[in-house]
Design a protein around this ligand. Structure first.
Ligand code: F0G
Length: 461
């Protein structure tokens, strides 16, 4: 294996990238009010805003597109997807949706209830938004090691803290908790995995109190790979055996297929509970499309059927996690503070440690996003004071989040390690000159604070 550590694929089609000048980028930034979401993608050199829907499909996926059966009901493509998803999840009932948040919507309608608690490691925004609209109380109970951006090693920083979960059950009563949602990997704190032991123990505790367990499985294969690499007893277990065991502990799973499904669009709602499935089918008919296409075209279903299998290939997962680690290691060489160990889908830079002179009220991680784009045309995303900040409902006083990071999300099978070097070298330079940077002022946020990072406007201080 000594000579076989590079990409387990070769490149058949390329997409040209535009290189801009620093002067041009300063103009683009001004026009975008210093919000990376508002930049035009054509003006980005290496796009690390997200790993969602940005994967390169394989030749097998592209050829599967031609097999797409576009029949309204009972199309052939659905049965291929059903078989593939059953194989990965080990669960019987499969409802496609147009993307992950549509599955979140259906799941929230079924499992979130007004005035009831929804426990999670760290809920992703789209479930949280749905839950809050329904009046549910979404709480994050990730273990303390995962609640802070730090370089302290823990193999499974996405784990749920069982003591916190038990305390809520004792304090509020099991009848006031409607669901536990485990997000694998945990996106908000660094793409950090959840161990099999934790999934099992959370499930046992929940079952004891009749609380259903749901797994948000956007990055299920990356999580399974970390279990194989880091958890005792799984070294020789094939990835799909691991995924099937993970899902044996839950009633229902949602998936944004735009991540480990290796497709540009798609989602899944999967369950072992027939009654839940029937409700999901009707919600899908009302909001997504008929049961067997759920808002996707036949060709999308075909690409996902193939992509789910490719996402679980061990050689791919080894390359994938190694590329993320490579970027993390290069950044560490420059002394750049990152969340360690690196997770599945990106490197998260600690904004507070990077710019200690910039308080959270002046958005240090957002400042870093702007600096990185200005320096090298690389687009990352803030996950800190802007994205997770909130306001006291009574006084309107700002509440700053514990986590203050810039996420550099790595698209699947898209960039080479030379692109990783561009990112690392640029951040290394910014880090050398870090003292000269000042913060930012939020000048526009829109009505819904929890969604402001998509549309916010800033000025440089
Ligand atoms: N769950 C998780 C854990 C996610 O990361 C996402 C999307 C969703 C659900 C929603 O899925 O986008 O298909 O509707 N995360 C993207 C990101 C947007 O950049 O992390 P979707």
């Amino acid at each position: 294996m000594k000579y076989m550590t590079a990409e387990p694929f070769r490149i058949k089609v390329v997409e040209k990238l535009k290189k801009s000048t620093k002067k041009e980028r300063l103009e683009y930034l001004k026009t975008a009010q210093y919000n990376a979401f508002r930049l035009k993608a054509e003006n980005v050199y290496v796009d690390c805003l997200t790993d969602s829907g940005t994967s390169a499909m394989s030749n097998e996926q592209w050829s599967a597109l031609m097999l797409g059966d576009e029949s309204y009901a009972g199309c052939k493509s659905f049965y291929k997807l059903e078989k593939s998803a059953q194989d990965v999840f080990g669960m019987p009932y499969i409802q496609p949706t147009h993307q992950g948040r549509a599955a979140d919507y259906i799941m929230a309608q079924i499992y979130a209830k007004k005035g009831f608690y929804a426990i999670g490691n760290m809920h992703f925004d789209t479930f949280r938004g749905n839950a809050e609209m329904l009046g549910a109380l979404a709480v994050d109970y990730v273990i303390n090691e995962g609640a802070k951006a730090n370089d302290q090693y823990h193999p499974f920083k996405g784990n749920i803290d069982l003591n916190k979960m038990q305390s809520l059950i004792d304090e509020k009563g099991k009848e006031n908790i409607s669901v536990v949602i485990i997000t694998v990997t945990c996106n908000n704190n660094g793409g950090q995995p959840v161990s099999m032991q934790n999934i099992r123990e959370v499930s046992t505790l929940a079952k004891k109190h009749d609380i259903p367990v749901v797994i948000d499985s956007a990055r299920l294969a990356e999580n399974a790979y970390f279990i194989q690499q880091r958890e005792e007893g799984y070294k020789n277990t094939p990835i799909k055996e691991i995924t099937r065991e993970m899902f044996s502990y839950c009633e229902t799973a949602t998936m944004s297929a735009k991540k480990d499904g290796m497709v540009n669009m798609g989602g899944l709602f999967i369950t072992r509970n027939k009654e839940v499935f029937e409700v999901a089918n009707q919600l899908a008919i009302a909001h997504e499309g008929f049961i067997t296409y759920g808002g996707l075209s036949g060709r999308d279903l075909e690409a996902l059927a193939v992509g789910l299998q490719e996402g679980c290939e061990e050689s791919y997962l080894e390359y994938r996690t190694n590329q993320v680690k490579y970027l993390g290691d290069r950044l560490k060489e420059f002394g750049v503070p990152i969340i360690e160990p690196t997770g599945g889908h990106g490197v998260y830079v600690d904004g507070r440690k990077f710019f200690p002179q910039i308080p959270q009220s002046e958005f240090p991680s957002q400042r870093l996003v702007v600096a990185l784009y200005e320096e090298a045309g690389v687009r990352a995303v803030e996950l800190g004071a802007c994205a997770f900040g909130s306001k006291d409902p009574e006084t309107g006083a700002p509440i700053w989040p514990e986590l203050e990071t810039m996420r550099i999300a790595i698209s699947r099978r898209v960039y080479t390690n030379s692109h990783m070097d561009v990112i690392a070298n640029a951040l290394g330079d910014i880090y050398k000159n870090r003292e000269k940077y000042k913060g930012m002022k939020l000048v526009y946020e829109g009505k819904i604070t929890s969604l402001r990072h998509f549309t916010a406007g800033f000025e440089l201080l």
